[in-house]
Design a protein around this ligand. Sequence first.
Ligand code: CU
Length: 217
Amino acid sequence: MGLWGAQTAFRLPECLPDLPAQARELPEIERIAIEQRLDVQGARLAAEQTASNLGLTRSTRFINVLELGFSYNTSNEGWTERGWEVAFELPQFDWGIAGDAKAVKRTIEFQMLDTMRFVPDRIEVRLGETVRLVHRNAGKVMHEFVIGTKKELEEHAALMIKFPNMEHDEPYMAHVPPGGRAEIVWTFNRAGEFDFACLIAGHYSAGMIGKITVRAA
Ligand SMILES: [Cu+2]
């Protein structure tokens, strides 16, 4: 058996342990098995690497939208495909999508003021344009720059009054401390009128709002 010394002192048990009365339930087993598969882990790392190369991991929650989906496509005509696929998706918002810094051709700078104003408070972009929006907080209190529809921002601002310490972070938001600078790279791939606003409790109602027009032509 290739054993010697102390190793020869082992003893075999009289019998194997009893089987459990019932099969153990492992509802998560499929997920766990897939997560531990090396090829899946490899694909996930490659996806994260791509995200990081695109500069997306720093300013967005890109990795959180990494999705592991089960593909099970049947068709009368072709092969049945059954397997796992890894995909990452950038969430599409009504007001656009997180942009790739490499596609930026224009930078727009905003000042955030304690008079509860943005300068400028009105911008125009072309449909499909990726813009770097730079925010400088020239005040002595925290300010935010959040892009959205008027309705969505209004609702969000009301929530912030109820829960002033609510943490939020999305690729279309920047939180800028006094004297600080932040930026958002955003692709305006939806035409229309949108707003940007500061959602710090009380700032929205004080008028810290601006307009974005995304022109189709
Ligand atoms: Cu503010």
